[in-house]
Ligand binder design. Sequence first.
Ligand code: KIV
Length: 296
Amino acid sequence: MSSAQYLQPDAASQTAATGQNVTSDKAGTAPRPKRVRLHHLSAAKTEGRKLTMLTAYDALTARIFDEAGVDMLLVGDSVGNVMLGYSSTLPVTIDDMVHHVGAVARGTSRALIVGDMPFGSYEADAREGYANAVRLMKAGAHAIKLEGGAARVEAVRTLTAGAIPVMGHLGYTPQSEHALGGPRMQGRGEQRAQMLADALALQEAGVFALVLEMVPADIAAEITQALDIPTIGIGAGPDTDGQVLVWSDMAGMTEWTPRFVRRFAELGAALREAAADYIASVENGSFPSEDHYHAQ
Ligand code: KIV
């Protein structure tokens, strides 16, 4: 059974012994929560079930991924590169993020929505970070994500004390692109111990999950083993507790994709072909044809 079928109206609805609402298929296998909550993520780690996260920036695609059964939707600041035409995430503002988080929230009913804190919105002042995170939560996020290690402990404590769940992000952190010398693997050699210490510090401060981006697989595996919270990898090998991809990469919307991405479809080419077919059909008069303008 595909995970999308869990969301069909005829799926058996039941209340689990825990009192949480879950849906299951008719055979009663693999119950899935109606709304993914933080405790489902930690249970997945305990049970060894892999977690899935995709980015989403608008209601249309978010609804499709939600129906497909993804656990988490990340309204990433990658919206800057993917949707807004910037060459990095740095220009993205908190207003941009509020706008896109709201759209994703309106399009979904099941996935846990994580809103990214953009560059400059949390680093200097934890209280300012809290005010900005509140804006994302009011727009519909269920949690926020911020980049960085031990330097973010105060921000994480402030946000979690204010009931805002926080996802951490270590490894290659795109907001630090210039400080890190561009997109490259992180955590090798002397950085290894520091990355493990950062991961433990973030867990201790209260993050509920940790993204590991462009980290060698053995280091990601070591961090995953050391933590009680789930790790979500991107370019970090197979041994993290879950995976995240930028949706336009995994769907083949662009010609180039990073080496760690699998293209699960070639939607860019399909869309180009559909647009070219539409243009040719209008120009040659074959669209609209009678069946498109006769009253039903
Ligand atoms: O903004 C984003 O898309 C991200 C993912 C790459 C993890 O932070």
